[in-house]
Design a protein around this ligand. Structure first.
Ligand code: SAM
Length: 341
């Protein structure tokens, strides 16, 4: 009995104090530790000089990061990045998570500190944007716009290969991606299925970024851009309308409206594709997607995760005939709604 309680106390403390190991990694990123060690191993003293650290905590900070698997101590006593840190935590590398983790440290962490307030009030707790329309506010500044575009593309890039494969694209001729941003996902789709007549539909502020990105990808002229507000009313028609990492940004009434607008835009016999970190209780992603949902509630005016059953209900209420779903990996579910021919 006593042992049982001791084991459980260890488990409870492991969960409740998980901010400590989290902060070790985030502080390593913020201090530039992994970028510095990417240039070669260093003694603790040299590391302290390079990063401006006080001797009091540095030795245990490095040893704890080694225990977590991010650093290695060499035989000669110097410190080096472990392979995983070299692969994923060095700034500037295309696969690096350091940009996202900086944002997590500077914006999400302080917002999570106010989780209890967010739960009491339902109000977002991040300092980044407030008010009704977060996108207008974000697009007021080039820096914020680039930040959002970069983060959105980092999140959607890994999904492109699965998205090109799990849906029967050869059976459809045209696709319109709502909230398609600079067209990064759609360009990948068109590269795999060049027969598609493909257009992005997004806020007019993104048209210049779309054109520049298409040129950079060597896809200029292969995809179109339509500027507009997807809540405002008749959307351009296509065989397939798609909405990725975007339905989560809105409240239930807005989502139902968006799905209705999409229904009107899908040609008979066509389909509406939605992909998001959908909350699916039977799946391994369940807890992670609940946490993502709470993160959205803290970070955005309206955002919240939703379940597969909710999404299917919005789709059926809008008039779609049948709804199915597939995994795109990375905790993301593709929900496919078919419109009767
Ligand atoms: C989180 S981003 C997702 C971008 C892209 N689908 C991806 O996953 O890489 C949401 C997108 O929705 C767009 N958006 C937001 N409000 C919109 C509106 N009212 N009408 C059209 N697009 C909108 C934003 O500009 C942004 O590109």
């Amino acid at each position: 009995m006593g042992d049982d309680v001791t084991v459980r106390a260890g488990q409870v403390l492991g969960q409740a104090m998980a901010f400590q190991p989290a902060k070790l990694v985030l502080a390593g990123v913020r201090l530039g530790l992994f970028g510095t060690l990417a240039q070669g191993p260093l003694s603790e003293e040299r590391l302290r000089q390079r990063l401006g650290l006080h001797p009091r905590g540095c030795d245990h900070f490095l040893a704890a990061l080694a225990e977590l698997g991010f650093l290695e101590r060499r035989r000669d006593g110097t410190w080096a990045n472990a392979r995983v840190a070299d692969q994923l935590l060095v700034p500037g590398d295309p696969a690096s998570l350091s940009g996202f983790l900086r944002l997590a440290d500077q914006v999400m962490y302080p917002a999570w500190e106010r989780l209890a307030d967010g739960l009491r009030t339902g109000e977002p707790q991040a300092a980044t944007y407030s008010g009704e329309d977060m996108f207008d506010q974000l697009y007021d500044s080039e820096e914020h716009k680039d930040g959002l575009v970069g983060m959105a593309e980092d999140a959607s890039r890994p999904l492109i290969p699965a998205l090109t494969e799990v849906f029967d694209w050869p059976s459809y001729g045209s696709v319109l991606e709502l909230g398609g941003c600079r067209g990064n996902v759609l360009a990948g789709l068109v590269a795999a299925h060049p027969h598609l007549d493909a257009r992005v539909f997004d806020l007019p502020q993104l048209e210049g970024d779309f054109a520049a990105h298409m040129s950079a990808l060597g896809m200029a002229g292969k995809l179109g851009f339509v500027g507009g507000d997807f809540f405002a009313g008749p959307l351009p028609e296509a065989d397939v309308l798609m909405l990725g990492h975007a339905l989560v940004d809105w409240n239930d009434d807005q989502r139902a409206q968006l799905v209705k607008n999409a229904f009107a835009g899908v040609r008979p016999g066509g389909a509406f594709l939605v992909w998001d970190p959908v909350i699916v209780p039977e799946e391994e992603s369940y807890l992670r997607n609940l946490l993502r949902s709470l993160n959205l509630q803290l970070m955005t005016p309206h955002g919240k995760g939703y379940t597969l059953a909710q999404c299917a209900a919005w789709m059926r209420e809008a008039g779609f005939d049948s709804v199915e779903h597939r995994s795109l990996g990375h905790d993301v579910t593709l929900v496919i709604a078919h419109k009767r021919a």
